[in-house]
Design a protein around this ligand. Structure first.
Ligand code: PLP
Length: 153
C-alpha cells in the first residue's frame, strides 16, 4: 500500500485495488484499505474490486461506506460470480457516491445485464454489502457448492 501510494502523481486518474486479489489470494487489512482511501488525493478515483470480499471474515472487510457517504471519490465493485457460483453471467453491483453512479449510469450500455443473469442473481433482500462467506444457504449456493466439489481436481 505504501508503494502504491508513493506511485500516485498529479496525473494519476484511477487506482484499482483488488482485495482479496485474484489469483494471489492476498488481502489488505480493513484498516489498511480504509487508511489508504482516506489519504488519497481528491483527484484520484479509488476503485476497490471486492469480488472475493464475501470469503473474508466480515470483520476483515474494509467498510468504505462512511467515506463514500462523505462524497469521497470511491467506487466499490462486487460480483455474484464467486459467492453465488455465477461465473460468466457478468452480474454484480457497485456502490459509490451518487454523482459518480450517475455518471456511470449515463455511460453504461443499455441492457448490460441479460435476462438469464437477472433471473440467476440473488434477490435484492439477500445481498448485503458486508455479507459473509458462510454464504447464505440458498438452493443456488448449495447447488454451486456440490458442483464445485464434484469438478474440483
Ligand atoms: C478479482 C476479480 N474481480 C472481478 C472479476 C470479474 O467478475 P465477473 O465474473 O462478475 O465479471 C473476477 C473474475 O474472475 C475477479 O477475479
Amino acid at each position: 500500500m505504501r508503494l502504491l501510494r508513493a506511485a500516485i502523481t498529479p496525473r494519476t486518474k484511477i487506482v484499482y485495488l483488488p482485495t482479496p486479489n485474484n489469483p494471489t489470494g492476498t488481502a489488505n487489512s480493513a484498516a489498511e484499505v480504509e487508511a489508504f482511501a482516506r489519504d488519497l488525493p481528491p483527484h484520484v478515483l479509488l476503485c476497490v474490486d471486492e469480488a472475493y470480499a464475501e470469503f473474508l471474515d466480515p470483520s476483515a472487510v474494509p467498510d468504505l461506506r462512511p467515506l463514500i457517504a462523505a462524497g469521497r471519490n470511491i467506487l466499490c465493485c462486487r460480483t455474484f460470480s464467486k459467492i453465488y457460483g455465477l461465473a460468466g453471467l457478468r452480474v454484480g453491483y457497485g456502490y459509490g457516491p451518487k454523482p459518480l453512479i450517475d455518471l456511470l449510469q449515463r455511460a453504461r450500455q443499455p441492457f448490460n445485464v441479460n435476462a438469464i443473469a437477472q433471473a440467476a442473481a440473488p434477490p435484492r433482500s439477500t445481498t448485503r454489502i458486508t455479507s459473509t462467506a458462510r454464504a447464505p444457504s440458498t438452493p443456488r449456493v448449495e447447488t454451486s457448492r456440490r458442483w464445485s466439489a464434484k469438478t474440483r481436481p
